[in-house]
Every structure is written in C-alpha cells, then in structure tokens.
Write a protein that binds this ligand. Structure first.
Ligand SMILES: Cc1ncc(COP(=O)(O)O)c(C=O)c1O
Length: 390
C-alpha cells in the first residue's frame, strides 16, 4: 500500500467496533476478569491485550498499529508525551556504566535528561558534531550502547548522515535511536536507513491541532519493543485515552497537512532568503543549505519548521517585530495548523561544536494559513524591526 492509503487504513478495524469508522475512546483503568483462571492467563502475557488501563486499550493499540505501519517498524508504544517517549527509551536501553553518543543539536530537554538524570544513574553522555557521519566510529567505545540522532537538528537544522552513523554504530554493537518528529514517518523511513528505535513527539504533526500531548516509540525488532514497553509500563507514563484518539484522528490527515506545511514553509523560507535583513535561512530543503544533499538523498519531504538568522540588530528591534505579528503565535511548539515563531538561542545549548550566528535567531513553524498573508505579516514585522533599529 502507498503511504497515503496506509494513512487511511492502518490500525482500523471497523468490524471490531460495530462498523464504526474510528475506534471508540476506551476510558479504562480497571479491567475485570470472568474468573481467576482468566486473571492468571492475562498475567502470563503482561503486555498483550487489555489487562489494566496503564498497559493499553483498544484505542491505544489501534494508534500504535497505525504508527508502526507508517514508520515501517514492527511495533509501537504510545506514551504520555514526546519527552516521555525519549526518556523512557533511553532509560530502557542504558544502565549504569554505559555510554551514549548524543547529537549536539538535540532537543534541549533530551540534553537536560542526559546531563541531570542519566548522569545521576551512572550513564555517561558524549555530545558529538551532528555532521560527523561515519566519523562517529572514532567516538564509539566498548560501553557505547546508544547512538542518538535527530535530523534536522532542533533549532539549528543540520542534517545527519543517518545510514553512515547507523553502519558505524552497528559495527560496534550500539543501537541507533532517532527523534523523527520533524520528518514524521511520511517524509523519513527510519528503518530503511538503519535506525533501531524511532520516536515521534506525536504532540506535533501527528496530533496536528495543538490540543494534546502524546508520544510514540516504534521499534525495529520485537525484542527491543519488549525491553522498552516494560520500562514505559514501569514508569507509568502511558498515553491518555483522549490523547491517543486525537493522535489517531490527526494521523488520518497527516499527508495533506504535511504537504501544505511543506509548501507554505518553503514559500516563506525562499522569501526570507532574499531579504537583506536576513543573514541566513536554515532549511535543509533549500538547495544552498549545507545539509541539502543528505536531505535529498534520504528524505522525501520537509515540514514547515525552519530557522533564520537575522542580520545583527538590537534585541528590542526583534521584540518589536515579533510582538506585532498577527498570524504567528509566540509559542514553544510546532506541528499544529497555526503558525508560530520564537526567538532562539542555540549557542547556549551546544557543547561539542560551538554554534555561532551573525545576529538574533528565530524559529518559524509555518502553519496552514495562506502564505501570502504570512509573508505580508512578516514584511510588516521587518518594517517594525527597521524602525526600532534606526
Ligand atoms: C524535536 C522534539 N522532540 C521531542 C519533543 C517533546 O515532545 P513533547 O512536547 O510532546 O514532550 C519536542 C517538543 O517540542 C521536540 O521539538
């Protein structure tokens, strides 16, 4: 089945729900059993079927089945948030004395989890240059259990050579975990590129409407699924009933939304790239982006999230620009139908390779508004910026 058909069909079983197109929302904590024998049989298979609300319901099973099919993995695990998916996966795959290689461009709370919690538990983290490619082999130690990738990088949008990194990791017995939220399974197929565990902050494009927190982990192998599922269950970070429903509902329109986010984002990125008050646009789908060749080779599309560096100007001028925008909300998220913009400070989140920008940096999530309206809004913002800089 092609991707757009899979988006429509995956995880749907109307025959199990009296013909309803979508599975109902199962609100469950307690599950009762007809007999002690049935209870014992359920205990023997702790993660199969509905045993207790925290371990999953037919709604979460449907969502997980759909995501696993789209990612191209064997099985998925839904979680309370994208961050719970990340921290649960790392907790499951790393133990005291282990070492993790973490991309320097990772989502900041992932870095904080490594520095504050993995460290406390005796796991060492080394941050690496995201553009290292096969050179990562030199950093892999006998105790390196996980190489973590995220492409493009949070805030800085560097591409990573994931097949080369995966080949080096696997040659030395390490697993590759990827945050695949930017591309979604629609634009990047992690398991054909050597990834072992793919994570989605489903809060973003899968939910797509800025109204639910949800994460999902997909594994290449059933054994990995079991390891991670048992930790997610132990941590108790299961996804809520309404949230998995909203995730499944959002998934059904992921294709059309994402392609529109892509087109709108590229329209903005190209327009911004021609402005004298913009020093650089960081968007891997632009032909002059340093990561463009890797993006073209491995990805089949781009979402509408990208960054830009302004020409040097005072902070107050940037604030004047942002404060007056009509279409862009000031919010720390992305993936919803509405446009967002934030000032960023990627330089303070780096330790392996310094990040230097010519001027202030911004991140834009391009929503589904008409791109002409978005461009007009930004143009007016640049006028305010110029006035406040004068
Ligand atoms: C790249 C990336 N991964 C993971 C997350 C975490 O997702 P959540 O907010 O659902 O915990 C975010 C959130 O902004 C993100 O940007």
């Amino acid at each position: 089945m092609k991707k757009d058909s899979l988006i429509v069909h995956a995880g749907r079983h109307p025959e199990q729900h009296q013909g309803a197109v979508n599975p109902p929302v199962y609100h469950v904590s307690t599950v009762t059993y007809p007999s002690v024998g049935d209870m014992r049989r359920a205990e023997a298979k702790p993660f199969d079927g509905m045993r207790y609300g925290r371990f999953g319901t037919p709604t979460s099973f449907a969502f997980e089945e759909a995501v696993a099919a789209l990612e191209g993995g064997t099985r998925s695990i839904s979680t309370a948030s994208g961050l719970a998916a990340i921290t649960g996966t790392l907790s499951a795959l790393l133990s005291a004395g282990d070492h993790v290689l973490m991309t320097d461009s990772t989502y900041f709370p992932t870095r904080r989890f490594c520095d504050q919690h993995l460290k406390r538990w005796g796991v060492e983290t080394t941050y690496y240059d995201p553009t290292l490619g096969s050179g990562i082999a030199a950093l892999i130690r006998p105790n390196t259990k996980v190489v973590y990738v995220e492409a493009p990088g949070s805030l800085t949008f560097e591409m990573q050579d994931i097949p080369a990194i995966a080949a080096a990791a696997h040659a030395q017995g390490a697993l590759v975990v990827m945050d695949n939220t930017w591309a979604t399974p629609l634009f990047f197929q992690p398991f054909t590129k050597g990834v072992d565990v793919s994570i989605q902050a489903a809060t973003k494009f899968i939910v797509g409407h800025s109204d639910a927190m949800l994460g999902v982990i997909t594994c290449a192998e059933p054994e990995l699924w079991k390891r991670i599922k048992s930790v997610i269950a132990a941590q108790g970070v299961c996804a809520g009933a309404e949230e998995v429903y909203l995730g499944l509902r959002g998934l059904r329109t992921l294709g059309v939304r994402l392609r529109q986010h892509q087109d709108n984002g590229l329209a903005l990125a190209r327009w911004l790239g021609q402005r004298p008050d913009v020093a650089r646009v960081l968007h891997p789908a632009l032909p002059d982006d340093p990561g463009h060749a890797l993006w073209r080779r491995d990805f089949s599309g781009a979402c509408g999230l990208f960054a830009l560096e302004l020409a040097p100007c005072p902070e107050a001028a940037v604030n004047a620009m942002l404060d007056g925008l009509r279409h862009f909300g000031l919010g720390y998220s992305w993936g919803g139908y509405e446009s967002l913009i934030i000032p960023t400070a990627a330089d303070i989140c780096r330790t392996a390779v310094p990040w230097r920008a010519a001027g202030p940096t911004l991140r834009i999530h391009t929503g589904l508004e008409d791109p002409d309206d978005l461009i007009a809004d930004l143009a007016a913002g640049f006028e305010r910026l110029a006035k406040a800089s004068a």
